[in-house]
Design a protein around this ligand. Structure first.
Ligand code: ZN
Length: 81
């Protein structure tokens, strides 16, 4: 995956509403949403609130097909009616 693809994956995850978005957590975390930015050729996360930087991007965000997951959930909801 190139940086553009990584950023797109993160954005899809963050706006999905079907998965829990990556928030600013940990020590002094403000709880705001993180967004992908590129620094020195690497994609990292930055908090929209306090601007804190997180270098670690969870594997699941990059490995999950969020769109397929959404479809799957919607199908299950429809069948549950
Ligand atoms: Zn923050």
């Amino acid at each position: 995956m190139n940086n553009e693809e990584i950023k797109m994956k993160i954005v899809e995850w963050q706006i999905s509403g079907f998965v829990h978005p990556l928030n600013c957590i940990g020590e002094n975390g403000c709880g705001n949403t993180m967004r992908p930015i590129e620094i020195e050729g690497k994609v990292i996360l930055q908090c929209l609130g306090c601007k804190k930087i997180q270098k670690y991007i969870p594997e699941i965000v990059l490995n999950t097909d969020v769109k397929a997951l959404e479809k799957d959930i919607m199908n299950k909801l429809e069948k549950g009616k």
